[in-house]
Design a protein around this ligand. Structure first.
Ligand SMILES: NC(=O)C1=CN([C@@H]2O[C@H](COP(=O)(O)OP(=O)(O)OC[C@H]3O[C@@H](n4cnc5c(N)ncnc54)[C@H](O)[C@@H]3O)[C@@H](O)[C@H]2O)C=CC1
Ligand SMILES: O=C(O)C(=O)COP(=O)(O)O
Length: 619
């Protein structure tokens, strides 16, 4: 039997494994799971087809395997369970565009990786039904047809880069497929390319280069313009835009920015003034585009908006071709409203050979090279490989675009089962303890997960992470959040989550805290989500399978009595944990069971004299 691994003195875990390994892989940044550095093993997935229900068995068992491999404890019971699972084949990961070796190595250590570049749309659709994950860059169009053809097999699409405009997010969500991206690693590369295009455009570098190679020496034709002292408008002050702004300031430019969503203090910190769209157009000598392509930004630069620009403006685009009406740009170039343009991206890629825009003498072009540095490609490959592997394991991905999945859903599901009647919940409070600055803690994913867990059991409609918040609002459920700074490792985003339901009666009185609300708390330990507090009682119960909570008089022999009853009814106990208020007063037992106990066994438990109340919960 194991010594307690809990920090709470009032907890007596009965069966636990103790991991010596507390290594944290880089994926822990993407993961809600603590202290996991799982070795790749092939285990069973249990993700659902049309719903982001967690694939918990994968995450939990993989982490448990790690704990077992590093444990000094006799663990044959768990090992048997794992062996049963370790027969399912590895996931298949299709990589449809060139990806850095370091990322491929991560993927290969986890699944079967197939690199098939330049697949036609038909060939992609044909292949996809055999794939659990697909990794793309900007060249693969992941259309609705791809999700349809996947026939439910595809669990995650990883975009090895930022822009996800080539992925049909709506279809992905409808088909229950997670989309993750790699938003960080190519930021600097894209910003540097923007600056390279800005400077080379201003000095006619590509045109002059071509002319020399054509045998000419045209010094007066290629007199350029200076950057210093000129005004640059950065359109989209996100990761790339703000890095471009920093660099442009270093070149002595006066930088302004337009971004409807950027915080003013972020701009101030870089020494940039945030201005309106029209103000940016009217003031700028140079305009650099860094917003995403979406329905709002599509062709946002058109005849009307070019007309608002200063005559002779110069435009750089390393964002997306689709934000510019390309025919309108040709007209603006011809009329001299736009003196020059430097373009890395195009509405159609590659653009037509005879494209007037590409052939225009005042236009400098590159074939979507913004992210193409060795460093960025290695970084992006690692970033996306970790996100995809994490998603396949059912971990929370910080870069999930359409929906997340984490075990916190179980906390919600557990809380709602403690309410008598299960309905009438009007007010939920979520308290997150984290070492991170509360402003740096994005809890949207966790909140959606918990909300899903709470409303799914009491809702007739289909609930997923995308509609959970919306449905909760429709049901009049008020959800408030509090972030509490905890003295824990800042590497892990969350130390614990507490779910409180107020103004409801509980079928298990011990779950009601001194303040009168149903209150439970969860943590992740050794990669396994645990229930750590019920009402005022500390417990230590793995949140997997089924759980019996009993409140009893704290006296010797209670564990044996209940354990015997379950054993006689052939119900396998996988752990027990006892918490109490103080010695020989009241205690609660959390008993994890593999099977659902029948009514007779539950009745017998209820008849044990020192058992004051108990509840059976499905997780
Ligand atoms: N050429 C290339 O190889 C690369 C292109 N990109 C593209 O650059 C763009 C920016 O990337 P990141 O900076 O990483 O993304 P980001 O998400 O950090 O920044 C985008 C910014 O645009 C802002 N924005 C949204 N709508 C806007 C609007 N209507 N007007 C002005 N601003 C608006 C957002 O608030 C956000 O701050 C993306 O489209 C991405 O696909 C990124 C990397 C490489
Ligand atoms: O990250 C982005 O948004 C990019 O545009 C980079 O595209 P790529 O991965 O080089 O095809």
């Amino acid at each position: 039997m194991a010594a307690s691994s809990s920090s709470s003195s009032s907890i007596k875990p009965i069966f636990t494994t103790r991991s010596k390994s507390s290594n944290s892989s880089k994926s822990s940044l993407l993961s809600f799971l603590h202290n996991t550095n799982p070795k790749p093993i092939s285990l069973k997935f249990s993700s659902h087809n049309s719903n982001y229900t967690t694939p918990p068995s994968f995450t939990i068992r993989n982490s448990l395997q790690t704990a077992l491999e590093t444990s000094e404890l006799p663990v044959s019971k768990f090992q048997d369970d794992l062996n049963l699972q370790a027969v399912t084949p590895k996931p298949t990961i299709l990589v449809s565009e060139k990806l850095g070796e370091a990322g491929l190595a991560i993927l290969r250590s986890f699944g079967n990786v197939e690199c098939l570049y330049d697949l036609s749309p038909e060939a992609l659709c044909e292949k996809i039904s055999q794939c659990d994950a697909l990794i793309v860059r900007s060249g693969t169009k992941v259309t609705r047809s791809v999700f349809e053809a996947a026939n439910g097999k595809l669990k995650v699409v990883g975009r090895a880069g930022v822009g996800i405009d080539n992925v049909d997010l709506q279809a992905a969500t409808e088909f229950g497929c997670l989309v993750v991206n790699a938003p960080i690693a190519n930021t600097v590369a894209a910003a540097e390319h923007g600056i390279a295009l800005l400077a080379s455009m201003a000095r006619n570098v590509s045109q002059a280069d071509a002319s020399i190679k054509a045998g000419k020496w045209l010094r007066s034709k290629y007199v350029g313009v200076s950057l210093v002292g000129k005004t640059l408008a950065v359109m989209g002050f996100g990761k790339v835009g703000s890095e471009v702004a920093r660099r442009a300031k270093g070149l002595g430019m006066n930088v302004i920015a337009h971004d409807p969503y950027a915080p003013a203090d972020k701009a101030r910190a870089v020494g940039v003034e945030l201005v309106s769209f029209d103000q940016a157009l009217a003031t700028a000598d140079f305009i650099s585009l860094h917003m995403p392509l979406n329905p709002t930004t599509s062709k946002i630069f058109n005849d009307e908006t070019f007309a608002k620009m200063k005559k002779g403006v110069r435009i750089v685009n390393v964002a997306r071709g689709g934000v510019i009406d390309e025919e309108a740009l040709v007209r603006a170039l011809d009329s001299g409203v736009v003196a020059q343009a430097a373009l890395d991206v195009f509405t159609e890629e590659p653009p037509a050979k005879d494209s007037k825009l590409v052939q225009h003498e005042n236009v400098t072009v590159t074939p979507h090279l913004g992210a193409s540095t060795k460093e960025a490609q290695e970084g992006v490959a690692i970033e996306i490989a970790e996100a995809v592997v994490g998603a396949l394991r059912g971990e929370l991905s910080a870069t999930a675009i359409n929906a997340p999945m984490v075990p916190s859903e179980k906390l919600g599901r557990l809380a709602v089962q403690l309410v008598s009647g299960g309905s009438g919940i009007k007010s939920v409070k979520l308290i997150y303890r984290s070492a991170r600055d509360p402003d740096d803690l994005d809890t949207r994913i966790l909140r959606a997960m918990i909300t899903k867990g709470i409303i799914e059991p009491i809702s007739a409609s289909f609930i997923n992470l995308v509609n959970a918040d919306f449905t909760a609002k429709q049901k009049g459920l008020r959800i408030s959040e509090e972030r509490v700074v905890a003295d824990s490792s800042p590497e892990f985003p969350i130390d614990s989550i507490q779910v409180q339901l107020s103004n409801v009666d509980s079928k298990f009185a011990a779950a009601v805290s001194e303040n009168g609300e149903i209150s439970i708390e969860g943590k992740v330990k050794f990669g396994i989500p645990h229930l750590t507090r019920v009402g005022s009682f500390g417990v230590d119960a793995s949140l997997e399978g089924n759980l019996i909570l009993c409140r009893q008089v704290d006296q010797p022999g209670m564990i044996g009595k209940v354990g015997n009853i379950l054993g006689e009814h052939n119900v396998n106990v996988n752990f027990m944990s006892v918490g109490r208020t103080f010695r020989r007063n009241h205690g609660i037992m959390a008993i994890g069971v593999d099977e659902e106990p029948n009514q007779d066994s539950l009745k017998e438990i209820g008849k044990v004299p020192a058992i004051e109340e108990f509840v059976f919960l499905k997780l």
